[in-house]
Design a protein around this ligand. Structure first.
Ligand code: UDP
Ligand code: MG
Length: 324
């Protein structure tokens, strides 16, 4: 069976078209399939439309989260409830072309455990988004030992084995692209052209993307922490040489009073450096603190299962639902 996992956050406009297009593609494959739709705390009619569709589409499973947890958590929720032998996460806006599903499956049948979809053409994204994406992938790949493939989103096929491994990782803050890259497995890549959003607008503004980038780097690498030891060492060495020079100069030429400008400049410069260092330490400390609370990445309000002709309320330890 093939599972398609789609997170929905306020996608009422394009929802019907997306479901229709993807289910048409799946029907043409002539094999069992399901769509796991995660409602990530939408405030519009997304959930109502999904449930309406479910009556016509017995292959549709709806996971309703208790609030907006963000795409990474919504995706985790979807993976936890997918029961296919191969699982493909997709966006709700048809930016991930369904035509790629069939080629992905043939690669999977050849024996690959992960089939990545690389956006070889991103002309549909803005210049700023493309540039920042490129910068992000360069930075993260320099700093961490796992290789996060560039221009590969969450759209990919994963074997059951891979998804089970991903779900068995205990961390609650989940940067999925990093986790997917970290678990490894036998991987191949297909190229595609990124389409325009079919309707509505992107849920990621620059600030959200920036935070996602920080999340990504801090979740995969501690290089930003280590930089400070080296920087400190360098500054201390230079200061020592400079101090020697001043002492010698004072001994030879006597006391030299002016120097307020250089003093205040150096003072401000090093105060700034120390604050940046503290801030970076704070980023990691904060993450360690949140992780130490061991909260689940998401809470399921209700799971709607069409085939059982009923619904039940999931207990709050939703993260355990992975095994149920
Ligand atoms: N999404 C979500 N929760 C959020 C933000 C986004 O589930 O808090 C979903 C959204 O509904 C879509 C996918 O994540 O299915 C990708 O979002 P979007 O298309 O806005 O991102 P972009 O393609 O611009 O990166
Ligand atoms: Mg999109």
């Amino acid at each position: 069976m093939i599972s398609i996992v789609i997170p929905f956050f306020n996608e009422e406009e394009g929802l019907l078209h997306t479901l229709a297009t993807i289910s048409d593609t799946l029907r043409s494959l002539a094999r069992p399939w399901e769509i796991v739709a995660v409602n990530d705390g939408s405030t519009d009619k997304t959930l109502a439309i999904l449930l309406e569709q479910q009556r016509l589409m017995p292959e549709l499973l709806v996971v309703d989260l208790s609030r907006n947890f963000g795409k990474e958590a919504a995706l985790t929720a979807g993976l936890a409830h997918a029961s296919g032998d191969a699982i493909i996460p997709m966006d709700a806006d048809l930016q991930d072309p369904p035509e790629l599903i069939a080629p992905m499956i043939s690669k999977w049948e050849e024996g690959y455990e992960v089939v990545l979809a690389r956006r070889s053409d991103r002309s549909s994204d803005s210049v700023a988004k493309r540039l920042s994406a490129r910068w992000f992938y360069q930075a993260i790949n320099k700093m961490s030992e796992v290789n996060v493939p560039d221009n590969v989103g969450d759209f990919r096929l994963m074997d059951r084995l891979v998804v089970d491994t991903v779900m068995s990782l205990p961390e609650s803050r989940r940067f999925m692209k990093g986790i997917f890259a970290w678990v490894g497995f036998k991987t191949t890549t297909l190229n595609y052209k990124r389409a325009e959003r079919n309707s509505g607008s992107s849920k990621f503004n620059l600030w959200k993307l920036w935070n996602l980038a920080i999340e990504g780097i801090t979740s995969l690498s501690i290089t930003p922490l280590r930089i400070w030891s080296y920087l400190g060492f360098m500054v201390a060495s230079v200061s020592f040489i400079y101090a020697l020079y001043i002492v010698l100069r004072t001994l030879v030429y006597g006391i030299d009073v002016p120097g307020y400008a250089s003093l205040i400049t150096l003072f401000l410069f090093f105060s700034g450096l120390q604050l940046i260092g503290l801030g970076i330490m704070g980023e990691y400390l904060g993450r360690a603190y949140i992780e130490s609370k061991r909260r689940p990445p998401y809470i399921v309000r209700k799971l709607y299962l069409p085939r059982l002709k009923g619904e039940y309320i999931n207990h709050p330890r939703a993260f355990d639902a992975a095994s149920s």
